[in-house]
Write a protein that binds this ligand. Structure first.
Ligand SMILES: O=P(O)(O)OC[C@H]1O[C@H](O[C@H]2O[C@H](CO)[C@@H](O)[C@H](O)[C@H]2O)[C@H](O)[C@@H](O)[C@@H]1O
Length: 321
């Protein structure tokens, strides 16, 4: 696991940084170290100065803005069965409205691109005809414009890992762990086990060893350990996409460890002059992004509410007087 990741283990604590989330579940009061900006977009939520600056840039020039989002835990609520994790219809509806106004909407996910498109119902939304999905941390791509899918070749080592897994899980007494076959990656989920956190901790060293032995990497997430090819991460994917579409500003919304590189990319880009807004989809399972974000949304429902507010604000700025 890369050093910059503070912990691979899902947290069972509630958010501890005292910042108030945007969205319907918002409960805490705003911290004193942040400034409040346009209440129409952030409600009572605290936003950093850099975030407020980016928000102003987005509102002033939506045609230059890229809206980047993670899928699971951000626009799709977390559920036990990954096949049942559908996008929140309110988030999709807001994105469809934003799709008419902004430069691009891009979902950057650990899911295969096809899975995210299917679970998000992205292909049937009129407003999303310019959307892009970058799957498996950027090595797969779907473009709504022509419905095309593309991707790197699947690493053959994944099949070797797959055949080694049953014996390893048996040995650890964790045969009940859900295996998610993603073609170019394989996920081991502990959410449905009696003690998901203990199972996650027990699996971390042997799965890390297994990944390394096959020249692959371990990607930890919320009660999931994924073995995948090294190479692209969400930061690379976001940087390349922002350059491709010539983004003049960006937002990235995420919830989990795999989103950290995308957060770093937004920080790098804003250090170089492109305004960027970082939004954390907060949960009690993972708080690593909270301190790194400009704005905290109260989970996927808070993200959907924030996107809706953003669409309202952009549309009303465009409405004739
Ligand atoms: O990059 P993301 O879009 O956030 O995808 C990351 C992983 O998300 C999925 O797992 C998570 O969501 C599941 C469904 O809600 C949940 O059961 C699981 O505990 C979460 O970790 C997905 O199944 C993985 O393949 C993704 O890599």
């Amino acid at each position: 696991m890369p050093d910059q990741y503070p912990s691979g283990r899902p947290s069972s604590d509630t958010l501890s940084n005292g910042r108030s989330p945007a969205g319907p579940d918002s409960a805490e009061s705003a911290g004193t170290d942040t400034s409040i900006t346009d209440a129409a977009i952030t409600g009572d939520a605290a936003i950093t100065d850099a975030g407020a600056e980016a928000l102003r840039a987005i509102l002033a020039d939506p045609e230059g803005a890229v809206i980047g989002l993670d899928f699971d835990g951000t626009i799709a609520p977390i559920v036990h069965d990954p096949e049942q994790a559908v996008a929140d219809p309110a988030a999709v509806a807001a994105l469809a409205r934003l799709g008419h106004r902004v430069r691009s909407i891009v979902v950057i996910t650990g899911r295969p691109a096809r899975t995210a498109v299917r679970l998000g119902h992205f292909a049937d939304q009129a407003g999303l005809s310019g959307m892009t999905v970058l799957g498996q941390y950027g090595v797969e791509r779907w473009d709504a414009a022509d419905g095309s899918y593309s991707g790197h070749p699947e690493p053959p080592e994944i099949a070797e890992v797959e055949s080694a897994l049953p014996a390893l899980l048996d040995e650890l007494g964790l045969t009940g762990a859900r295996i998610e076959h993603k073609g170019r990656a394989i996920g081991v989920h502990t959410r449905e086990l009696a003690d998901p956190a203990a199972a996650f901790t027990a699996l971390l060293p042997p799965l890390s060893e297994l990944a390394t032995a096959h020249g692959l990497r371990l990607e930890p997430g919320k009660f999931v350990l994924e073995i995948r090819a090294a190479g692209s991460d969400k930061g690379d994917a976001l940087r390349e996409f922002a350059a491709e579409v010539k983004a003049r500003s960006l937002v990235f919304i995420g919830d989990d460890l795999g989103d950290l590189p995308a957060f770093d990319a937004v920080r790098d880009l804003r250090d170089r002059g492109t305004p960027g807004l970082l939004v954390c989809s907060a949960s009690t399972e993972q708080d690593v992004l909270a301190d790194r974000s400009d704005l905290i949304a109260a989970g996927p429902s808070g993200v959907a509410a924030w996107l809706t507010d953003l669409a309202d604000a952009i549309e009303s700025a465009k409405a004739p007087a």
